[in-house]
Design a protein around this ligand. Structure first.
Ligand code: 6PG
Length: 248
């Protein structure tokens, strides 16, 4: 199933058809990498540099590895790299999103290390770490990559969390129901301000949240990933399997 779909999206989009890209296996990774490259290219057509925020978790690892291996000509030195969230662990901890991105991508492409801005997950004072990161973030990210949990969380914004009501702060500590519990996350205003954003999601376990987000009622308090409805959604067939608009 390698097709693009116009999903009859929920009320949030007020009739704007939502384009969902469904790709199998390696093609899913390739489609995600292509989206990233095209988004960066469109920004650099108008600006001298491009700010990107990377997603954490497991799904992006293969995407980052694909970018490192197949996109050697991408103008990596023109990128400022941020993160959408981080676990409150040291940067060399196996659970660190920064460590995963460094291993899979950042250590393998010519990005200026001084232009990689990681969240200080190791700091005991989480609010101080959040404030420090907030001062580093641009007014609006050019490119934001997001994952999605089985519960419909994105970044480290979890269903029902108080951080979903935040309208001033750009970064806050948060608590995950699954370990590592202590997180740092961008807040809804950062997602809303991003110029290009995409959600990359794979696996049957994500299918209910994908269908709820794209075709269910609009309620980001319950499904925080709906904050990214205006973005591109790149799914594998399993994650797309419950979408009414996707033929299986
Ligand atoms: C994190 C991520 C988180 C992730 C989802 C999906 O720190 O875990 O930022 O939002 O994108 O939990 O994770 P998987 O890709 O591992 O399913």
């Amino acid at each position: 199933m390698d097709e693009d779909y116009e999903v009859q999206a929920n009320s949030a989009r007020r009739g704007q058809p939502l384009r969902v890209v469904v790709r199998e296996g390696e093609e899913f990774v390739a489609a995600a990498a292509a989206w990233f490259s095209e988004a960066v290219g469109s920004v650099l057509a108008e600006r001298k540099r491009c700010t990107v925020a990377l997603a954490g978790g497991n799904t992006p690892r293969a995407i980052y590895e694909h970018l490192a291996e197949r996109y050697v000509d991408l103008p990596w030195s023109l990128l400022d790299v941020y993160f959408g969230d981080e676990r409150q662990v040291p940067p060399d901890d196996p659970a660190s999103n920064y460590r995963m991105a460094r291993e899979a991508l950042l250590s393998r492409v010519p990005i200026d290390p001084a232009r990689v801005f990681r969240m200080a997950g190791e700091r005991a004072d989480a609010m101080a770490a959040a404030r420090e990161y907030e001062s580093l973030l641009p007014t609006a990210l050019d490119v934001l990559m997001l994952g999605m949990g089985v519960d419909g969380h994105t970044a480290s914004l979890f269903p029902g969390a108080p951080q979903l009501a935040e309208r001033q702060r750009l970064v806050l500590p948060s608590t995950s129901p699954s370990p590592p519990a202590r997180r740092l996350t961008i807040t809804p205003p950062v997602i809303e301000a991003s110029r290009h954003l995409a959600v990359f999601t794979a696996g049957a376990a994500k299918a209910p949240a994908v269908a709820g987000a794209l075709e269910g009622n609009f309620d980001p308090l319950e499904l925080p990933v709906q904050l990214a409805l205006r973005g591109s959604w790149i799914l594998d067939p399993e994650a797309a399997s419950l979408l009414r608009s996707v033929r299986t």
